[in-house]
Design a protein around this ligand. Structure first.
Ligand SMILES: Cc1cc2nc3c(=O)[nH]c(=O)nc-3n(C[C@H](O)[C@H](O)[C@H](O)COP(=O)(O)O)c2cc1C
Length: 374
C-alpha cells in the first residue's frame, strides 16, 4: 500500500488512486449518469457561493466538533455509503470504518458493501450507521435492519433516490459491471418502495432513521411528518437522475421546510474544507463524502483516508479562523454571498493544480510537500 505520510494536499491523492485502480474501477468511482450534468452541478452550486469573512474576532481556539443523531464527532463528516467498494479496495467496508474510528467521524456502511454488516461492525468499536438498499420483501427488509441493529449500528438509513439504477455511461461503454451488481436481486423491490414502507419501518425502528436522497422541500416535509430523524440531502453524487439541481442549491429550501425538526446531512461534490463550511453555513449538521473517500481509499487505504480527513480538518480550521468563527454553531448564511462560478469542470473546480500537471506521478509527492502543520 502506498505510503501517504508525505501527502500534504488533497489533490495528490488523485494521481495515486488513478495509478492504483483499474480503469474500470476508476470510472465507476469518478463517473456520473448520462451527461454528468448533475455531477457538474454539484460543484457549480458550491462554486456559486462566496464567503463574507469577519475579522478581528479572536479565533485562536477553534472547535470543529459536533453531534450528529446523538453521536459526537470530531469533524462534521460522514464517510458516505459506497457499494462495490471491493472494486476500489479488496478488504471493502472494514477499511473506511477503521479510518472513521481513528479520525472521529462516522462511517455509513452500504448494504451492498462486502464483507457485510457483521464483519465491518467487528472491525472497529465506535458508533457507525447502516445504509440499506431494498433488495427483498418486507421480511427481508425487517431481518436486514434487525441484523444491523444487533450488530450495533446506531442509525439506519434508507436510500430513496435509487428506484432505478442510473445509466452510468462510462461503465456501460466499458462493459464494467460493479461487483455488487453481479447477480443482484431484482430492482423491482427498490422501485416499488413507497412512503407506506417508510412508515412501516419507522414503526419498527426505535433508533434514528434517515432518508438519503431527499432533493425537494416537499419530500423533506413528508419525511418529517413520518417521524424521520435525519434528512440526507443528496442526488447520489450525480450518479442517478441526470439534470438535477446541485445538492447545495436545494439545501436552503429543505432546511427551511424541516425547520429544525430533523437533522440534515448533505452530500454531492464536497471535496474541500471550504465546501464543508458552506454546507454547514446553510444549515446542514454534517456533510457526506463519497468520491473523495473513494479516491483516498484507492490511493492508500485506511491511512490515506485518515490523512485525507486530517487535511480536511486543517482546511476547515483555517477557513473557520479566516471567516472569524471558532465553532460550528457560529456559522450561518450571513457568512455567504452569491457568486458567479468560474467556468471549470467539476474536478478542476476543486483541484485546479491537477490540470496544470501537478501530482501527475506519486514520485512527485516529496517535491510538492507544502509543509502542512501536523
Ligand atoms: C463508487 C460509489 C458507490 C456508491 N454507492 C452507494 C451506495 O451503495 N449507497 C448509497 O446510498 N449511495 C452510494 N453512493 C453515493 C454516495 O453515498 C454519495 O451520495 C455520493 O458519492 C456523494 O457525492 P460525492 O461523490 O460527490 O461526494 C455511491 C457513490 C460512489 C461514488
Amino acid at each position: 500500500m502506498t505510503d501517504v505520510s508525505q501527502v500534504d494536499t488533497l489533490f495528490q491523492f488523485l494521481a495515486l488512486a488513478k495509478r492504483n485502480l483499474s480503469p474500470g474501477a476508476w470510472d465507476y468511482l469518478m463517473g456520473g449518469s448520462e451527461t454528468e450534468t448533475t455531477l457538474n452541478r454539484n460543484r457549480r452550486a458550491l462554486d456559486s457561493l462566496a464567503f463574507r469573512p469577519r475579522v478581528l474576532c479572536d479565533v485562536e481556539h477553534i472547535d470543529t466538533g459536533t453531534t450528529l443523531l446523538g453521536q459526537k464527532l470530531k469533524l462534521p463528516i460522514v464517510l458516505a455509503p459506497i457499494g462495490s467498494m471491493q472494486d476500489i479496495i479488496a478488504e471493502g467496508g472494514v477499511v473506511p470504518t477503521r479510518a472513521a474510528a481513528r479520525a472521529g467521524v462516522i462511517h455509513m456502511l452500504s448494504s451492498v458493501c462486502a464483507p457485510g454488516a457483521e464483519e465491518v461492525s467487528r472491525a472497529a468499536d465506535y458508533p457507525k450507521f447502516f445504509q440499506l438498499y431494498v433488495r427483498g420483501d418486507n421480511k427481508w427488509v425487517d431481518d436486514t435492519i434487525a441484523n444491523a441493529l444487533a450488530c450495533g449500528y446506531r442509525a439506519i438509513c434508507l436510500t430513496v433516490d435509487r428506484a432505478y439504477y442510473g445509466r452510468r455511461e462510462r461503465d456501460i461503454a466499458k462493459g464494467h459491471l460493479p461487483v455488487s451488481r453481479k447477480g443482484a436481486a431484482s430492482e423491482s423491490f427498490q422501485a416499488a418502495f413507497t412512503w407506506r414502507d417508510v412508515e412501516r419501518i419507522r414503526g419498527n425502528v426505535e433508533l434514528p432513521l434517515v432518508l438519503k436522497g431527499i432533493a425537494t422541500a416537499e419530500d423533506a416535509e413528508f419525511a418529517v411528518e413520518k417521524g424521520i430523524d435525519g434528512i440526507y440531502v443528496s442526488n447520489h453524487g450525480g450518479r442517478q437522475l441526470d439534470h438535477s439541481q446541485g445538492s447545495i442549491e436545494v439545501l436552503p429550501e429543505i432546511v427551511s421546510a424541516v425547520g429544525g425538526r430533523a437533522e440534515i446531512i448533505v452530500d454531492g461534490g464536497i471535496l474541500r474544507g471550504t465546501d464543508v463550511i458552506k454546507a454547514l453555513a446553510l444549515g446542514a449538521t454534517a456533510v457526506g463524502i463519497g468520491r473523495l473517500q473513494g479516491i483516498a481509499l484507492g490511493a492508500g487505504g485506511e491511512n490515506a483516508v485518515v490523512r485525507m480527513l486530517e487535511i480536511l480538518d486543517n482546511e476547515i480550521r483555517r477557513a473557520m479562523g479566516l471567516l472569524g468563527v471558532t465553532k460550528i454553531s457560529d456559522l450561518d448564511a450571513s457568512h455567504l454571498a452569491r457568486a458567479e462560478p468560474l467556468a471549470r469542470n467539476w474536478l478542476d473546480s476543486a483541484f485546479p493544480l491537477v490540470s496544470e500537471g501537478y501530482g501527475a506521478a506519486a514520485s512527485e509527492i516529496d517535491d510538492l510537500s507544502l509543509a502542512l502543520p501536523r
